[in-house]
Design a protein around this ligand. Structure first.
Ligand SMILES: Nc1ncnc2c1ncn2[C@@H]1O[C@H](COP(=O)(O)OP(=O)(O)OP(=O)(O)O)[C@@H](O)[C@H]1O
Ligand SMILES: [Mg+2]
Length: 273
């Protein structure tokens, strides 16, 4: 069986604006030669500082952008080789949750409308079928059926992230890509949302591609971690190996910055948190 998500030596460059008439600036390499694999039911975490290429990686994995080199495959299919209708037909199977639900939830639309949108766009379902699916998914993420009639501003940040997750899972995808999905939330609310994502992963057999600048958050949910620095993978492995046994100086500096004593002393598991 092919991997759910596979990136094979993926590079993505952006052209920079021209400042001089004499020479064009060198393009910026946002993602450089990245290879990774994510299986069904597994959580792969990506951690890196701001500007390290995390969101670019998410857009590539979603097929929103194409790599300049290398291939992005979902369930064995190279996204760049699919026609628009083929990509659209595949879309229900891989969905994304963003950091800022205000970006993905239209403030003028009722929550039920926004949660139903992927179903309306991607599959032509009857309104009654859509409504019952929306109700089920709202309850699944810990909201109430009545919430479908409210507007995004009537909810707390954590509830809005639940709405965004409901929208992400309404098509019963195989893969959910979460880009800084809990970064805007308080620590206690973060924990609730992380628990919800882990429950959904286990119940639905979701593959979770979990991206965050926060090493502690990433380590709490991921089976394996990839460390990204300036667009390149500098370290990767099972979460405990990366957290406590990494020999990589950059990973250890991230750990130390996050306050993990193990990284500073080279101890095997103890932390001072
Ligand atoms: N559309 C674009 N055009 C030009 N440069 C871009 C574009 N998108 C991203 N970049 C650049 O690519 C690099 C990686 O950006 P990216 O948004 O992927 O980083 P990130 O790790 O998600 O950062 P953050 O943690 O701040 O969200 C940055 O230098 C950024 O300025
Ligand atoms: Mg980002």
């Amino acid at each position: 069986m092919p991997a759910l998500l596979q990136l094979d030596r993926v590079t993505r460059r952006y052209a920079l604006p021209r400042r001089s008439l004499l020479r064009a600036p060198a393009p910026l390499t946002a993602v450089s030669n990245v290879s990774l694999t994510l299986a069904r039911g597994e959580t792969l975490g990506v951690v890196g500082e701001s500007g390290s290429g995390k969101s670019t990686l998410a857009r590539l994995a979603m097929g929103f952008e194409r790599p300049d080199e290398g291939a992005v495959c979902f369930d064995g299919k190279d996204l760049a080789r699919l026609s628009k209708p083929e990509l659209k037909a595949l879309r229900p199977r891989f969905q994304m949750v963003f950091q800022d639900p205000y970006g993905s939830l239209d403030p003028r639309r009722r929550v039920g409308w926004s949660v139903a949108e992927p179903l309306r766009v991607l599959r032509r379902e009857e309104p009654a079928v859509i409504e019952s699916q929306v109700n089920a998914v709202l309850e699944r993420v810990g909201l109430r059926v009545e919430d479908a009639r409210k507007y995004p501003h009537e909810f707390s940040g954590g509830q809005r992230q639940r709405i965004a997750i409901a929208r992400g899972i309404v098509t019963s995808p195989d893969l959910l890509i979460a880009d800084e999905a809990v970064s805007a939330l308080d620590v206690s609310v973060q924990a609730q949302i992380l628990n919800l994502l882990m429950d959904l992963r286990d119940d639905m057999g979701l593959g979770l591609f979990f991206i965050s600048h926060d090493l502690q958050v990433v380590s709490s949910i991921s089976d394996r971690i990839v460390v990204l620095r300036q667009g390149e993978i500098v370290d990767d492995g099972p979460t405990d190996d990366v957290m406590f046994r990494s020999r990589n100086a950059y990973t250890r500096s991230l750990m130390a910055a996050a306050g993990w004593r193990a990284a500073r002393d080279g101890q095997s598991a103890a932390t001072d948190r």
